[in-house]
Design a protein around this ligand. Sequence first.
Ligand code: C5P
Length: 224
Amino acid sequence: MIGMQVAIDGPASAGKSTVAKLIAQKLGFTYIDTGAMYRACTFLARSHGLDYGDEAGILALVEQTGIELRNIAGQQHVLVGTRDISHEIRKPEISAKVSQVAALSGVRQKMVSLQRQMAGKVDVVMDGRDIGTTVLPDAQVKIFLVASARSRAQRRMLDLEEQGIKTTKTVAEIEADIAARDYKDSHRAISPLKKAVDAVEIDTTSMTIAEVVNKILRQIKKSQ
Ligand code: C5P
């Protein structure tokens, strides 16, 4: 018997991780940020000077160091070996390359298997691009979050500021970066970003975080 599985997918900066974390906190579920895992693979490639298409090299590094999501004092941290890379993986240079790494079939296979293992039998809220379609196809609740490109760019700008990550880019340039990443994520051959047929779509453009969280909580309640 699997636990309760809540899958939250959608394009970049639609608010997935913010609401997923809050829902997990409220319900005492485990939160799994799958984007952080692809970002960790990209970080490993970059820090070892590997080509972002070097599937075998990246997989060997993942094997060697491991990728771990750890909850420390209520915050999710990402570790490779003993190194905490939670901050580094949010930097624009990682965001710019992550879609290339995430398109590698071997990397996806490995991450999906880790993600299913982490979900195991516990109650989870998992966010990403292919959770409802591929990773947890039997999830009881599937949400597809969308928002206008401009509002997503504004949110991304605020996120970067809050994390103390400097950028010289304008909102319009960030919007173009996000659009490029969404295009790559939606057009790759394996598990592209796509709404699952049984997912509920929520447009968060004019909604507050609390409104989105409550709407998803109602969906979860309905499915129980
Ligand atoms: O969610 P986040 O923006 O951190 O994800 C970073 C990237 O990781 C995405 O743009 C996508 O290329 C990849 N990703 C993926 N499948 C997932 C989660 C993220 O391909 N389930």
